[in-house]
Design a protein around this ligand. Sequence first.
Ligand code: WTA
Length: 647
Amino acid sequence: MPDRALYPVPPEWAGRAHVDAAGYERLYRASLEDADAFWLEQAKRLDWVKAPTVAGNWSFDEADFGIKWFEDGVLNVSVNCIDRHLATRGDETAIIWEPDSPDGEGRRFTYRELHGEVCRFANVLKAQGVAKGDRVTIYLPMIPEAAFAVLACARIGAIHSVVFGGFSPEALAGRIEDCDSKIVVTADEGCRGGRRVPLKANVDEAAKRAPSLEKVLVVRATGADVPMTGGRDVWFHDAAAGVDTDCPPEPMNAEDPLFILYTSGSTGKPKGVLHTTGGYLLWASLTHHWCFDYRPGEVWWCAADIGWVTGHSYIVYGPLANGATTLMHEGVPNWPDASRIWQIVDKYEVDTLYTSPTALRSLMKEGEAPVKATSRKSLKLLGSVGEPINPEAWRWYHDVAGDGRCPIVDTWWQTETGGVLIAPLPGATDLKPGSATKPLPGVAPELVDAEGQVLEGAADGNLVLTRSWPGQMRTVWGDHDRFFQTYFSTYKGKYFTGDGCRRDEDGYYWITGRVDDVINVSGHRMGTAEVESALVAHPKVAEAAVVGMPHEVKGQGIYAYVTLNAGVEASDDLRDELCKWVRREIGPIATPDALQFAPGLPKTRSGKIMRRILRKIAEGDVGSLGDTSTLADPAVVDDLVENRVTR
Ligand code: WTA
């Protein structure tokens, strides 16, 4: 394949897409010039109990800080995702579920069946005492019940907090306690890549550290024998027996909370990102429509986990609001072999696949044969999310996976943004491998330097957003001040994304990665501070510093420097023990890829760890450590360089 820098919109896309190039320009201009009228018009794609008369009401300034959208509107999210489709497509498939094992039996639910399942789930929650505004923690595998559970919460106005099934009991307990959740919905076990995940056992562990927890509702998934605690644990199938499959939807104000999702920041413990009802749903629906050009009858597959924001917005809310057929896969893309993802594409004739660069890189390693063994002729469009996609992976996705036929939609966004903010529209935007291209309507990016000076034209800087959009998070659960301080205090009057970014001569945006102490491991956000505090919680550890390092498949890996307590001997066994410890404290995704014992860490005379130096050493870039003379003890650097590790 020739190496083309620009991939123009294919003519058939320009002709058939919802939005073409001129349409994009028009929408973008209208969204900024007459924002209120624009958003009230867009809001009509939802079904409102009471339509809103106001659009955005927000300020990023400290004096009158606050974000509201459609504040006098009333609606119910589950009605928008289910009930309103019943008359027109009640018998069409809403959810296709493909189990972890290719030998397992899949499940399918029409919109009408989904309605019954969600209502029943909602009635079970109510019977367990869940009321509007209560927090429901969901710790489920990727089974259809995960979608039923979130939609059931939305139906009755409860606030869900989904915790990724890969998180440890410790991490789960912290999230249950932070939002004072009295109920956890879980399953006996989950399945992932042929392995069992002991979810119920993890909840039992977490419960010891989460006094707010009163009830555990357990879905039978694998049939494993799990102990049940009397008075606390309830089998879902028992609670659901004979329960009504109709449940009246709770009318919600547009600004009522819909969900909390915990995500890592550069400091402290994970924060509970709060999304509300009207603006979030509109953003999820609209971006799914714009970016992926969904059409009735198509099969949509977002291969994320529902434990991450991508799963919320693009497995459940966006696609279902648009009446789509959404595919849920319980497992991983490369198990039992590297063909699995493409076999699923063929099995269900998937039209659009949305996955992560890390998944692509793990498949690339296996060569083209596993891809070419499948047809993939159903594919029309390919999406990417979670981290910068390197041009090599982009071209492989385009040329090998998509046979050169399918536009690549590289979508930049964050848990905080609710949905995609910067991405090409397949009928409107010429593509450049590695660039998320241009802002969606209503999105106003700016690049600033460290001092906050706005950079014009082609430039490299920190990415900020100068306007609110409906899908923006509204607060950090229980800590509104932290919300302001984290995102709006660095650059006055602007939302700071934490990402570095380059804008080229054509106005295309190229996200270069986090500029704060957040690392992106396999597309999963991890705060270095979290891993550090897990390490120092170990009785043999005195101090720890964690940085990202380049990793061929994961994008970034975790490199930990550990100073042991006096008298403790460093050894390979201890290294393994510490890695296992972190895994147990946070979860497998936080396991260090490399761990170096460091007699000392490079610190300034005021005691601040010089992470810049640690990053360089982890990267193997030891020739350009810069000025180390300001260090309290410059000699520690030589030791670190000399004893650099690769695992
Ligand atoms: C990174 C995931 C480059 C970015 C939806 C962001 C990306 C963080 C892209 C958010 C992309 C996500 N190109 N970088 N297409 N998508 N990121 O909250 O650093 O898990 O700030 O949301 O992932 O991660 P989060």
